[in-house]
Each structure stands twice: as structure tokens, then as C-alpha cells.
Design a protein around this ligand. Sequence first.
Ligand SMILES: Cc1ncc(C[n+]2csc(CCOP(=O)(O)OP(=O)(O)O)c2C)c(N)n1
Length: 585
Amino acid sequence: MTTTNEFFNEVAFAEPIAPKRKVTGSEAVILSLLAEGVDTMFGYPGGAIMPVYDALYNYQDQLKHILVRHEQGAVHAAQGFARVRNEVGVCMATSGPGATNLITGIADAMIDSTPLVCITGQVAEHLLGTDAFQETDILGISMPVTKWNYQVTKAADIPGAIAKAFYLAKSGRPGPVVIDITKNAQFEEVDFEYKKCTGVRSYRPAKKPEYTSLEDAAKLINEAKKPYLLAGHGVLLSGAQELLKEFINKTDIPVASTLLGLSAFDASHPNYVGMLGMHGNYAPNVKTNECDLLIGLGMRFDDRVTGDVSKYAKQAKVIHIEIDPAEIDKIIKADVPIIADASRALEGLIPLVEKRSHSEWIAEFREGDRLEKEKVLDGEFSANTEKVKMAEVVNKLSEMTEGKAIVVTDVGQHQMIGSRYYKFTETDSNVTSGGLGTMGFALPAAIGAKLGQMKREVVAIIGDGGFQMTPQELGTIMQYDIPVKILILNNSFLGMVRQWQQMFFEKRYSFTEMSNPDFIKLADSYSIPAERVTEREQLEEGLQKMIDAKGSFLLEVVVEKETNVFPMIPTGASVSDVLLEAPKA
Ligand SMILES: Cc1ncc(C[n+]2csc(CCOP(=O)(O)OP(=O)(O)O)c2C)c(N)n1
């Protein structure tokens, strides 16, 4: 473990921004958060963090604390908040079970590069290692799923540790950080003074690209006949949305989005070709194996995007622009690696690239879209089934909100349908659990997203399975009157798993059918207005009620039980083999 001296020697701090005064370690925690500009945090108290909660009591008008109903809710809410604000999300929990309940969300934030500072209480220093009440080695447990974690045992170290935590969480490739504070450190006194962290010696995230690599990339871009750009979460994280538009308007390159990159590029732009991946659109997947230049921008060639890597874009030169050097050549070998944030790389590239037109190449994508429309969309949107289909609901929602809502999706069929059919026209609007695929994410993440962007409409789209993983957060919505809209697409199945069972396990529906509670009564018990739509004719009216509601609203739509999500790249297949329908038996 790092000792105090090593810790401070490593870190560069700015000038003090808070005057020196004597406070308890607990008050120092709150003052440090305020010095970092935190106005909202999420948490759940308990014995080992009680002194910090006590200190918070006096600062309630400056630092809004949202009491969730389960620590997993706190961390997902902090993620939702961070994602729509592009700021660090903050959550807090007690030691032991409180801290371990944060782990799923921390792992989720790690893989989806979401900046978080998670503060946990810990037993007093003299009890460490004794299996004391509610003691758990949260540093050991969280080590593989945090960017950094640190245990503070002395009040004097609190401001420095929190400053370093914020710096590490948001710099370079963002991620979650855990600061574990022993109870004695919370009680002790400290001469409080806050200095923001400006750098850590052993950690030098690249920001600025090498000029020669930009020149090499520009040469490939200028020469390419069929260039193709894949936009990922890094575009949003580095605030490169406008630069990307400028770059595309100049080069006329078609742009596809990863799941987490959605809303970084306006879906109504003529160069937008759709979503990549296992359940992405048809053309964006197939064209990967036909382009002559592939530009990965702030994305990491996840296996859901690449399918079989041995058959992935073999014909293409690859430019990979990515802030995390560990991602370069990890899955796809780059001809031109550019280690930089998306924003800096585009800034450098725009003057070097020539004005081009690629209309014929883009028309090839439209041909793929036509095929997808014929084989998938026409069926998805037509009223040819008894119950309404998920696609109809999302399509209607997208139309009725003009693509302007923040959409928070859970995990499953509805996530893929929601991501593909919601036509995002505003940036920072897509909040989903991509890398970890955490069911139960959406309800608490929507709470965070709404509190992060109060002026925007926030709609959580959730399956009946995922909703039942964190339904207790209805209590949080009730207590703080958070106007989140909840859209449950109820197929009485763990739909995505059922789809796989149907396609790959001979329809053996092993433990995927669900008897559900009455969601309307459940919402009612939390004083949340709710309605159920069972017929197609009621859909528009139901959605309108939900949209018009001033406060929170739960709309349950009973959807077709056994519809499948296509296109689909079966596990291990190539992007060229994306299926538009189930293979005939
Ligand atoms: C915590 C967790 N457990 C299990 C899974 C595996 N899983 C992925 S999708 C899915 C089914 C989701 O069902 P539901 O929430 O009803 O949504 P639907 O697919 O029907 O839209 C399951 C069980 C998961 N992603 N996360």
C-alpha cells in the first residue's frame, strides 16, 4: 500500500482554494467535495460513515444528498449524473455490505469509462484486519474494477486523497475511484486547506497527438475511396461532437456509432449510417468488411462490435484514435495509432484533410438500409401482431419527443430496440450499461440523469426483468419527487435470453418466463401515477400521458412475448454474416 509520504510526493497540487481552518476529517470530506464543485451526491448511511453524514447535516443547502434505497442505486445514479453532465459523479456508502453493494456499479463505470468518486466508510484503523463488525477489504475487492483506490487512515490526508481522486477519475480515460476512510480519520481534526490536484507523476495521460501520426492519418484519409468512421464514447467524453461534425462535413465520410457513442453524432445527419454491433444495423456491420479505411474514434473494438476478429476489416487500413494506449493494438492492429483524446485528434486532423465527396460509397450503405427496412423494419413497425411490439413503442416515443429526450436503457431486447430506434438528435442523451450489461441499471441511472439535467425529459426504458432488479428506487423517486418517466416493456420473459434459447438452444426456455407483480399497483404504493397499455390503440395516448406528466410517471406496455431482435451477429460470427432474420430450419 502507498504510504502517506509516497502518496504526496507523487502528486502536484494547485494553489489552495480554501482558507486554512481546523475541522474534523468528516467535515473535510464535505468541504473537499464542495471545493471540487460537487452539488449533488447519492448515498446510503451506516455506522462506519456516520461521522461524514453528521457533517453533511450542516451543508444540506450546498450539497444535495439523495438517499437511495440500495447502494447499487447510489452508484448507478452517480453514473447517470456523470454521463449527462460530463462531470464526476459522487456516491457514498458505509463499510462492509454498503461498500460491497457498490461493486457492480463500480465495475460498470470502469468498463464504460464513467468518472466516479466513491467514498466508503471503514472501521477504525486499530481494528483493520481483525474481521471487525462490517469490516471488508474494499480496496482488495475493488482493485480490479477501479482506476485507483486508496485508504485514508489520517484526517490530514483526506483533502489530498480526494483531490487526487477527482483528478484521476476525470483525466485521460475516465473511470471510478474509491476512497475508503477509516472511522478514526473521520473523527480526528485536520488543518483543512484544499488544493486541486494538477498531475500525478506516475500517470501521464496523453491528450495531444503526435503531429507525424496526424499527417500519416490525413494521407490515408485523403487517399481513401471508401473511408468509414466508427464513433465511440470517447467522442462524448472529450466533447468532440462539434469537431466531429466539422470533420465529417469536410471529408464526407460515413459515420456509424457504437452503443455508447450514440447521441454523439446527430442521427438525422446525412452521413449517419446507424449503430454497430451484435444487434446494430445491417449496413454499418457489413460495410466494415468492405471499406478501405476504418477510423476508430474514441472506441475500443469491443467484441460486440467486431464479432470474429479474424474476419474483421481485413481489407482495410486502420486508424485508431484512442486516449488509452492499452486499447491500441489490443484487439485490432492499427496502421496509424493516434494516442490522444478525440477532440485534440480531430482538431489536428481537420486542417490536414481535403474536402471530399463520397456519395456513391454512402449510397451503398443506403442499399443495406433498404434491405434492413424490407426484411426487418417493415415487419417491426407494422400492426401485424396481436400485441404491440417493442419497436413500435420506441419508434412512437422517438417521434413524439422529436428525438430530444435523454433515454436511459436497461439491458436486454428493449435496450437494443431502444438504442436502434430512438433517433437521438441531441448530444449526451444516451445512458446505458454497455460493457458490463448490468440489468437493474436504468431506474437508478435515470434518477441521476434527471438530477443532472433537470430541464430535459428523461425516459427510462426497462424490461420487466431488469425493472425488478432495482424497483426499490421508486422510493427515491417518490421521496425527492424526481420527474423521471419510466417505460416498462413487459414481455413476461427475460427476453434476450429467451431469444438465444429459441435460436441456439432449440427453444428450451429454461427459467426465462416470468410471473410479474402488478407494476401499476407497485407504482401506486409509491404514489407514482401509472398506466398500463395492452392494446395498440392505447399506445399513443399512453405515451402522451407519460410525456405530459409534470412529475414522474410509469407506463407499462404489454408487448409481444416472443419477438426477436434482428439484425443479429451470432456469437463468434463475422460482421459480414449479420442475420436479418432467423435462419430457416
Ligand atoms: C445482472 C444481470 N444478470 C443477468 C444478465 C443476463 N441477461 C441479459 S439480458 C437478460 C434478460 C433481460 O430481460 P428483461 O429485463 O425482461 O428485458 P428484455 O430482454 O425482455 O427486453 C438477462 C437475464 C444481465 N445482463 N445482468
